[in-house]
Write a protein that binds this ligand. Structure first.
Ligand SMILES: Cc1cc2nc3c(=O)[nH]c(=O)nc-3n(C[C@H](O)[C@H](O)[C@H](O)COP(=O)(O)OP(=O)(O)OC[C@H]3O[C@@H](n4cnc5c(N)ncnc54)[C@H](O)[C@@H]3O)c2cc1C
Length: 498
């Protein structure tokens, strides 16, 4: 029997109520900050578990991150949140061995001082090994050309910027593999300002792309290391956040898909009283609705626009394309030869490489000491990812030609892992495996995305009590999402306080 819970309309004297749609890191954090600012908050997530892309799964008895497994330390946002949640002592840095990149002519160590694969030090031996003499020669022109190259008003893709300043070899051999691994996308179509905020301004300030990368690397919370993690996995951040929300009395509704967002006509309300937002939800055969004066929509972009279509139809032209269909294959294997970490923390695959379908392999037990300690010597966790969007036609054919059924994909992953690590790994070595499909979860920041986001913010601001948050608004990655969500919620709280 469907259950209908209608909360009475709000008046200025009623306790302030807020609803958050989407319980990924963005929605959970929005709830934390709204509750702290005095709101009575309810969070709705369609999934049975919390955290969205920061998920957890168990493979061969080991609890592992099923999505995000690290955070960028170019800002202090994630570290501060972890500290706030009592996890300061759990922040860890990855093994310094660094990662590798598989180029059409074989594997080479990935330069460590880059951002998105763009090197800051062209004299580093790994940069030389990856680019060769001619590639280095072209890349050094970056320091000689005008700071205006790539920094004018024109919106640029990552590829355009890199090609203009450092040349094609840097793009193809360093940037494309990293961008494919991190953003599951082709640099030709990714908005540089969205995926590397501050980079173009850095060129103007420091005179070259290499210097801008060096400055950005030095400004992070952990200079020298681009990412951090948590002992126990990134999913422990979600667990701590959920525990805090529960303790603070936030109403947590998992398994509740929001199906509609509406606002009653203003005329039906007292003049001057805020017009509430109404959120309709469905949970199995139950359904209901809640009316609130503040609404945070922290789902993926296409869903947010769809849910708001009736009330804010102006958003429709800004609906982003769905993100790529990504599959992560996790293998827990018993292969003592991998104790030597043959490819450091993992390896990225350049798109032009034939015969390997994976775009990246993370050797998780080589990357994180806490994980190696928990599995013990000889046992290894390998994570291979498949699928990218915005790929060139030839690459798309290669990807779609790959089998998608589970057993075949696991077999492909075993073959890819053997090639990439240079160690044969067979079915008999596998202690456990799992395939996680992330469909549309990674927002796709196509060229011009940042401009469109600014317009979306402006449209949302015209709707009192509405915030749009999450990866599609802030940029992909935990650092961007945490900082962006907090900024947005702070603006809303300030506006409400005024
Ligand atoms: C495989 C993978 C690996 C990643 N690795 C890293 C990494 O190592 N480091 C890093 O910094 N970033 C990583 N990212 C990116 C990072 O995880 C995301 O940028 C971030 O978690 C996005 O958070 P979010 O809250 O905006 O969105 P999401 O996590 O996508 O959360 C959105 C939530 O909305 C819910 N929802 C959708 N529709 C509805 C509805 N109608 N009603 C109710 N709820 C709804 C969904 O169930 C979901 O829980 C990774 C992403 C993926 C997919």
């Amino acid at each position: 029997m469907p259950e209908h819970q209608h909360t009475p309309a709000l008046h200025s004297t009623a306790p302030r109520r807020a609803a958050v749609v989407g319980g990924g890191i963005s929605g959970l954090l929005a709830a934390l900050d709204l509750q702290a600012a005095g709101w009575q908050v309810g969070v709705y997530d369609a999934a049975a578990s919390w955290g969205g892309c920061v998920g957890v799964h168990e493979v061969a008895g080991v609890e592992l991150d099923s999505g995000a497994e690290s955070f960028a330390t170019r800002s202090t946002a994630v570290a501060e949140l972890a500290e706030e949640l009592g996890l300061a002592g759990k922040i860890v840095t990855p093994d310094p061995a660094g990662a590798w990149v598989w180029l059409p002519d074989g594997p080479v160590p990935l330069p460590r001082t880059g951002i998105l694969g763009i090197p800051s030090d062209l004299h580093a031996p790994e940069v030389r090994a990856a680019l060769g003499a001619s590639g280095i020669l072209r890349a050094t022109l970056d320091a000689k050309m005008s700071a205006s190259v790539g920094t004018t008003e024109a919106v640029l893709s990552v590829a355009e910027l890199v090609r203009a300043r450092m040349g094609r070899r840097v793009l193809e051999r360093l940037v494309a593999p990293v961008v494919g691994g991190v953003h599951s996308a082709d640099p030709e179509v990714l908005d540089v300002d969205m995926v590397a905020p501050g980079l173009r301004a850095g060129i103007r300030e420091h005179g070259s792309l290499a210097a801008a990368v060096a400055a950005l690397r030095a400004s992070g919370s952990k200079p020298g290391s681009a990412v951090g993690g948590l002992d126990g996995g990134m999913h422990t951040l979600v667990a701590a956040l959920v525990e805090r929300l529960r303790a603070n009395g936030v109403a947590l509704h998992s398994g509740h898909a929001v199906t509609r967002i509406s606002r009653p006509a203003k005329s039906r309300h007292d003049a001057g009283a805020p017009v509430p937002w109404t959120v309709d939800w469905e949970a199995g055969r139950d359904s209901g609705s809640e009316s609130v004066d503040v609404l945070v929509v922290a789902t993926d972009g296409p869903t947010a626009v769809k849910l708001l279509a009736a009330e804010v139809p102006e958003l429709l032209p800004f609906a982003p394309a769905p993100g790529p269909d990504i599959r992560l294959v996790t293998l827990v294997v018993d292969v003592p030869e991998l104790d030597s970490k043959p490819r450091g923390t993992g390896i990225l695959v350049a798109p032009q490489v034939e015969g390997i379908s994976a775009k990246a392999l993370t050797h998780a037990t080589a990357k994180w000491d806490w994980l190696a300690d928990s599995t013990g010597p000889g046992t290894h966790v390998l994570r291979l990812s498949y699928g990218r969007s915005g790929v060139a036609a030839a690459d798309a054919v290669r990807l779609t030609a790959r089998p998608v059924d589970g057993a075949a994909l696991t077999a492909t992953a075993l073959a890819d892992a053997s090639t990439l690590l240079g160690v044969p790994i067979t079915d008999a070595d596998v202690l456990g495996s799992d395939i996680v499909r992330w469909r549309g979860a990674l927002p796709f920041a196509a060229v011009g995305h940042q401009g469109r986001v600014a317009q979306i913010h402006a449209l949302a601001q015209q709707q009192p009590g509405l915030v749009l948050a999450g990866g599609w608004m802030s940029g992909n990655g935990l650092a961007a999402v945490v900082a962006g969500t907090r900024r947005q919620v702070r603006a809303l709280v300030d506006a409400a306080t005024e």
